[in-house]
Write a protein that binds this ligand. Structure first.
Ligand code: ATP
Ligand code: MG
Length: 221
């Protein structure tokens, strides 16, 4: 469904990706591991259409997306992709429920429907109690669950998660990870998961490892 073909990306002299190819199937959970600086975040950002590769292609459903005009790419991202970052990246002025509703509002759903879907997703992720609170009043684990609810609420085809449990303790991280992957599996959403943590990678269907901007191994458990 989503494919990278020969992605190359550098920052000045630093070569972050040296020609990475991979494919993600519908509903597949793919872990990307590798040491710090190996290019994991750069790869994730290229796949998610957040940055553009210098050469190579990103293909969704057989159609190149890395060459789309900015407005079209933004719309495609809103309709097909969800993202969860290491620190949640919620809007501090909005309540948890409003944060979850926001991407739906961008997709032109009406406010009442968006807030009702948001409440439903907060409930599924076990944080309905947090609906009216602002991010500053939430714990790290609660923040990440809200961020996961926000990413899933638009029913995306793919969720991109970059160290989504990196700021949490072991137990909190495992709870957020099982909430994320459980919800993704239930809705057949593919997940591209960047992680340092082997235990987290063990939840995935497949793992690829990057080293110096290239894919090291492809292991299918
Ligand atoms: N905005 C940037 N400007 C300059 N260099 C960058 C930038 N982003 C990444 N790099 C460089 O590109 C390489 C790959 O970085 P990337 O962030 O993709 O690695 P990573 O595997 O995600 O690392 P980490 O595990 O530490 O998050 C590194 O050498 C990094 O220093
Ligand atoms: Mg990174």
């Amino acid at each position: 469904m989503l494919e990278a073909r020969g992605l190359v990306k550098s920052y000045g002299k630093a070569l972050a990706l040296t020609g990475v190819s991979l494919e993600i199937a519908e509903g597949e959970i793919l872990a990307i591991t590798g040491p710090s600086g190996s290019g994991k975040s750069t790869l994730l950002h290229c796949l998610a259409g957040i940055i553009r590769p210098e050469s190579g292609e990103v293909v969704l459903d057989g159609k190149r997306i890395d060459t789309l005009a900015e407005a079209e790419l933004t719309r495609l991202r809103r309709e097909n992709f969800g993202v969860v970052f290491q620190f949640g990246e919620l809007v501090p002025e909005l309540t948890a429920a409003e944060n979850v509703a926001l991407p739906m509002l961008f997709n032109r759903r009406d406010r009442q429907a968006s807030m009702s879907v948001a409440a439903d997703w907060l409930d599924r992720l076990g944080v309905s109690d947090c609906a009216g609170q602002r991010p500053g009043e939430l714990s790290g684990g609660q923040l990440q669950r809200v961020a996961v609810a926000r990413a899933l609420a638009t029913e995306p085809r793919v969720i991109f998660a970059d160290e989504p449990t990196g700021a949490l303790d072991t137990l909190g991280g495992e709870q957020v990870m099982s909430a994320l992957l459980g919800a993704a599996r239930a809705s057949n959403t593919a997940v591209v998961l960047v992680t340092h943590d082997n235990r987290v990678a063990a939840y995935a269907d497949r793992e690829i490892t990057l080293r110096d901007g290239a894919v090291l191994t492809g292991v299918t458990p």
